[in-house]
Ligand binder design. Sequence first.
Ligand SMILES: NC(=O)c1ccc[n+]([C@@H]2O[C@H](COP(=O)([O-])OP(=O)(O)OC[C@H]3O[C@@H](n4cnc5c(N)ncnc54)[C@H](O)[C@@H]3O)[C@@H](O)[C@H]2O)c1
Length: 443
Amino acid sequence: MKIGMIGLGKLGMPVALAMSLKGHDVMGYDVDSRKMQKTRFPHQEVGPNGEPSINLLLRDSNLRFGSLAEVVHHAEIIFVAVQTPHQPRYEGVTPLPPERRDFDYQHLVEAVRSVAQAIEAVDEDKVVIVISTVLPGTTRREILPRINHRVKLCYNPFFIAMGTTIRDFLNPEFVLFGVRDDEAAAKAEEFYRTLHDRPFYRTSIENAELIKVAYNTFISMKISFANTLMEICHKVPGCDVDQVTGALSLATTRLLGPQYMRGGMGDGGGCHPRDNIALSWLAQNLGLSYDWFENVMLCRERQTEWLADLIEEHHQRRGYPHRTVGIYGRAFKAGTNLTVGSPATLLANILLERGFEAQMYDPYVDEGPCPFNRKGVYFVATNHPDFARESWPFVAGSVVLDPWRYIAPRADIEVIPVGIGPDRIPVSPVFTLDGKTPAFASG
Ligand SMILES: NC(=O)c1ccc[n+]([C@@H]2O[C@H](COP(=O)([O-])OP(=O)(O)OC[C@H]3O[C@@H](n4cnc5c(N)ncnc54)[C@H](O)[C@@H]3O)[C@@H](O)[C@H]2O)c1
């Protein structure tokens, strides 16, 4: 099919590439002309078959670029993947501000307005599918008044995680489709049938808006719960959080699947914390009886404060003559170079408020040598897979706090696995019934 992609950012570009790899004729447009190139995608993304980067696939693909008018003229279906940002203080890297806000919809409104205008100019009906994340009620309030009868609007948010966008797009649990126009939905379903046979869930646009953010915030809720168990296990002699969550992860009928059910850092990324904060705004705006989303965010914040307490405790115990703490890992989750919404940054900001200097380093993010050069407390904030194997840059005589429990003990540093109580029993891998260790992933 002839497809258009408006907005070639972290979501739009890999998805446009995925469609093109499946044989569709995809043309993209971005207001930022620097995005319309196939030489290099600036974020870490794996390919559909596990290729470590999408750069080669992109270069060799048939994906093309054009002006807005050319894309609209070309496409039967036009996807819109432009940003709906929050200010940095609503991204979850600072303590929760007392007042809340909705997302900023100006880019999305402008994009849909200009697409509608270009469609009117070609004088043909076109299916326009918004992917961007919005709160429930936004399309009705902000988008519908700006379109014309030629625009067959649908809302189709994706449940993809950064780093595995293409894989997640091509292998979703289900396709969520908010519909106003049955013909447009039928055309979109026909398109999705060329990609996979997963359920196509049709519902109202408002329901789809709510389902999307509810999915994200459910993940934050699960992570906060697992981290509550981590804190209990750290304090109760004989407890081990991995053994506790490993058992709960087997309860896939009455509880839930194993993903995200693991003690570690709080939830992060460009979607989950900010969606919680925006839903907290909505909860207040609607006068909900209880602001559950504030609860999840404050839980994440208090847990990060508790990790800062642990750092302080070990700093004092060792009597280091300085106020520097080394934070190893800045990316918001393993295997990515993105730092947006990172709980590591939240931890650094909390330490800063307490008079510490947080020295951060992440080989996935930072170019240049690791700056760690003094004995002190180090904290492993991101569980990059190769961190567990590589030679650590910690200075001999230091204490290393490991909330992932994956650093092997070493003679010259003291490793404290967070989430294993005093009087600990040896940690052994926890296996699911099919013999595999539970899979963990994040937003
Ligand atoms: N990144 C993700 O993993 C992810 C996952 C699910 C949903 N989302 C949602 O998708 C949307 C896009 O996210 P992103 O991370 O790709 O954002 P991004 O900022 O990386 O990319 C947005 C792109 O849209 C372009 N743009 C802005 N206005 C435009 C216009 N009028 N016409 C054409 N292009 C325009 C920008 O220049 C930019 O390149 C957001 O609402 C986000 O919440 C993102």
